[in-house]
Ligand binder design. Structure first.
Ligand SMILES: [Zn+2]
Ligand SMILES: [Zn+2]
Length: 274
């Protein structure tokens, strides 16, 4: 089993008391018998959450991951990853950091759209349905903008806003289960054409939304469109959640007709049979 999405104490949204070091995550991965772990701390290009995401200690992460690669050699493959968010909000900054740090694996994501805070941080009671609908449409267009740029390996949690709309009783505004195929057709076709993987993020299964991000119908749609490259990650922010629900999710993917999942090594895909 492979974990492709998790966060160490280097991520600004990890609680300092409960979080794990890179080594702590690797130790847990060995306990769980994982074959590989990509540690993908938040690299938020636009500081949308005020002080929640302090500047990332890129050097510290690189040092810790390099040490872990050495320490766990032959036992666990440690992948030097990052979750690059809102890359297109400041391309100069994005290109600079990607030029400086040679990641094995880059997750592309969007947590916020221009003019709005992170979807996790919005004041939902103060925002009208029309404004939320507008933020959602912006989100889809910004995901497409990210894919058009394409400087990453997998597109993460493509239904991210749904979790927060749902928690605030506003999911009816987007009807993502009914309209998902319409919303995502263009984005899915583009990632397939460009050789970017689709992430199946299992965090929703343990966080009460009852679904992976994206949900099954969109994963099946991706397959129908010709998609073959899936990364599966828990998005664990704590060691106790590491690899959570990856095994049953892989079983589901197999039942949908997928024959493999993918990880990345030096930015190149490696396929693993399901
Ligand atoms: Zn994310
Ligand atoms: Zn994440």
């Amino acid at each position: 089993m492979h974990e492709t999405h998790c966060h160490s104490l280097y991520s600004g949204d990890v609680d300092k008391e409960r979080g794990s070091s890179v080594d702590g995550l690797c130790k847990r991965a060995v306990e769980l018998g994982l074959e590989s772990i990509a540690v993908t701390d938040h690299l938020e290009i636009q500081q949308t959450m005020g002080n929640i995401f302090p500047p990332l200690d890129n050097e510290g992460i690189k040092r810790d991951i390099t040490a872990a690669k050495e320490k766990y050699k032959g036992v666990l493959e440690v992948v030097y990853g990052t979750e690059l968010a809102q890359a297109c909000h400041d391309m100069e900054k994005t290109e600079k950091v990607l030029g400086e740090y040679k990641y094995d694996f880059i997750i592309g994501s969007a947590h916020a759209v221009r003019g709005f805070p992170d979807f996790s941080d919005m004041e939902y009671s103060a925002v009208s349905d029309a404004t939320l609908k507008h933020a959602w449409e912006l989100y889809l267009s910004e995901l497409e903008e990210l894919v058009d740029w394409g400087g990453f390996d997998t597109l993460a949690h493509i239904t991210y806003p749904y979790r927060y709309f749902m928690r605030n009783g506003r999911e009816g505004i987007i009807n993502v289960f009914e309209k998902g195929r319409v919303y995502y057709e263009s984005i899915l076709k583009k990632i397939i054409r460009k050789g970017i993987a689709l992430e199946v993020n299992t965090s929703g299964l343990r966080q009460g939304t009852g679904t992976t991000f994206p949900h099954n119908d969109l994963i099946i749609f991706y397959k129908e469109l010709g998609g073959k490259m899936l990364t599966v990650g828990s998005d664990a922010h704590y060691a106790c959640d590491l690899a959570k629900d990856i095994a049953p999710t892989c079983d589901a993917l197999k039942s949908f007709g997928f024959s493999s999942v993918v990880t990345f090594r030096e930015r190149k895909p490696v396929f693993h049979r399901l």
